[in-house]
Design a protein around this ligand. Structure first.
Ligand SMILES: [Zn+2]
Length: 258
């Protein structure tokens, strides 16, 4: 696979360029959103990310691929350049930091190298919360991202896994985004009120041409705004973002009934 060599290298240069070291530790929470393609994190959970930024938290997005294969009218190289520019604009609007993985659209695979790469990002970013893809998807890159991230979360926490960075044990939870492509078996569990953050979400998401419309026939903007209203209605809010968690994370242990 083309990415094997580069995936072994921790993304030190990228992190340094983006000034991540200086930003580390400033906020109470650090939310790391990991998407298979640039745009996945913003369109599904951009409102949540905007909310946490507004609350004073640090927000980082890792785009494993640019999703550069999605425009039939452009070469992957040209569209990849466009997607990267769009991702940087979206991150700026959200007040987030953007990182880019080395993989190509459609070629993301659940490999040990990929898990090590993401584990090193986790060890450097030190997230309290990770948001990524649900386990079942019609897109193989999304399913691979789910498995890579879960393997990476474990690796990043292990004393025995030696890399250039010390282990990270501050992760409080892994959450799965409400993505139309990842709907199989997805049951909303956690609802977060994003009523005040929908405008920021729209401003960030529309940095991407594919979300504005004109590339894909899927009405991204309308779908996710309507979804936020539907999730909000169920949650008793105007707009909400819903997240799923692993079955074991639903266990609650109390001294009495709540
Ligand atoms: Zn995607």
């Amino acid at each position: 696979m083309h990415a094997r060599a580069s995936s072994l290298r921790p993304p030190l240069a990228a992190l340094a360029l983006l000034g991540l070291a200086a930003a580390a530790g400033a906020a109470d929470r650090t939310v790391l959103a990991i998407g298979a393609h640039a745009g996945d994190a913003e369109v599904t959970t951009g409102a949540l990310l905007a909310r946490h930024k507004r609350l004073g938290d640090r927000v980082v997005m890792l785009h494993l691929t640019l999703g550069e294969g999605g425009n039939p009218k452009m070469s992957p190289a040209a569209y990849g350049d466009q997607k990267k520019r769009e991702a940087l604009v979206a991150a700026r609007v959200l007040g987030a930091e953007a990182l880019f993985g080395p993989w190509k659209d459609g070629e993301l695979r659940d490999t040990e190298d990929a898990a090590r790469y993401v584990a090193d990002v986790i060890r450097q970013v030190k997230p309290t919360h990770v948001v990524t893809h649900w386990k079942s998807s019609l897109h193989p890159d999304h399913e691979a991202a789910h498995r890579i991230v879960n393997a990476a979360v474990l690796l990043a926490s292990l004393e025995g896994y030696v890399s250039a960075h010390p282990r990270h044990r501050g992760l409080r939870g892994v959450y799965y985004a409400d993505n139309w492509e990842d709907a199989d078996g997805f049951t909303p569990y956690l609802y977060v009120d994003v009523t005040e953050d929908l405008a920021a979400w729209k401003a960030a998401a529309t940095a991407y041409e594919f979300i504005r419309g004109g590339i894909s026939s899927f009405p991204y903007l309308e779908y996710y705004e309507a979804l936020a209203r539907v999730r909000g209605a169920v949650a008793g809010k105007r707009f909400a973002v819903a997240l799923e968690v692993d079955p074991f994370a639903k266990k609650r242990v109390l001294d009495s009934l709540p």
